[in-house]
Design a protein around this ligand. Structure first.
Ligand code: GLN
Length: 199
């Protein structure tokens, strides 16, 4: 199995490591690769768009040609995981901050997002989050200037909420979380995504 991590800006190496740890746990032979150009997406079974700065990631995806390529692959059913800024990039609709900066959105998921949804005083925090899809044990979720999903519609399904805000969503082969699963030792979210990539 080959998983491509969009490596233009943000938490890239952490995702490479977490993905490879999850592969080992599941006994999957494979590798996670750093992707900076469309040609590097050849033969991937899944793609991860990491956290970072969504305006920058979106713009760099445009200039490198990754934007169109990822969109095309996702439309064809290729599984995509977006974390934090990656969640924003996957969304169909954004708040006024997104509109103002005119940041490029892939528009793949039936979700609307609010950037920096958890306010200044709570810029970064870690919580035990109930994510039933990952099992009974709560998931230790790191939020860093995190977005939230304001609304889901169509085929998008809420997987987790925190303080009444939606923070994890799945829509078929697309998975988006507002937190950083690559920053904690728990690999269950990456394992969940890899199983989506095996189908
Ligand atoms: N606040 C960032 C944004 O809006 C996301 C933060 C993150 O990815 N940790 O792009």
């Amino acid at each position: 199995m080959k998983i491509g991590i969009v490596g233009l800006q943000g938490a890239v190496s952490e995702h490479l490591e977490a993905t490879e740890r999850a592969m080992q746990k599941l006994g999957i032979k494979g590798e996670a690769v750093w992707v900076g150009r469309p040609v590097q997406l050849e033969g991937v079974d899944g793609i991860i768009i990491p956290g970072g700065e969504s305006t920058t990631i979106g713009k760099l995806m445009r200039t490198t040609g990754l934007f169109e390529q990822v969109k095309q692959l996702a439309t064809g059913g290729k599984p995509i995981l977006g974390t934090c800024a990656g969640l924003i990039v996957l969304a169909k609709r954004g708040d006024e901050q997104v509109m103002r900066t005119r940041q490029p959105l892939l528009g793949l998921m039936d979700i609307s997002v609010i950037r920096n949804a958890f306010g200044r005083q709570r810029e970064s925090f870690e919580v035990n989050l109930e994510i039933p899809a990952l099992g009974e044990e709560p998931f230790s979720a790191v939020f860093i200037r995190a977005p939230a999903v304001e609304e889901v519609w169509g085929d998008a399904k809420t997987l987790a909420e925190f303080q009444g805000k939606i923070v994890a969503v799945q829509q078929g082969s697309l998975l988006a979380v507002a937190f950083h699963p690559e920053l904690t030792p728990d690999t269950r979210l990456h394992e969940y995504f890899l199983r989506m990539c095996q189908r």
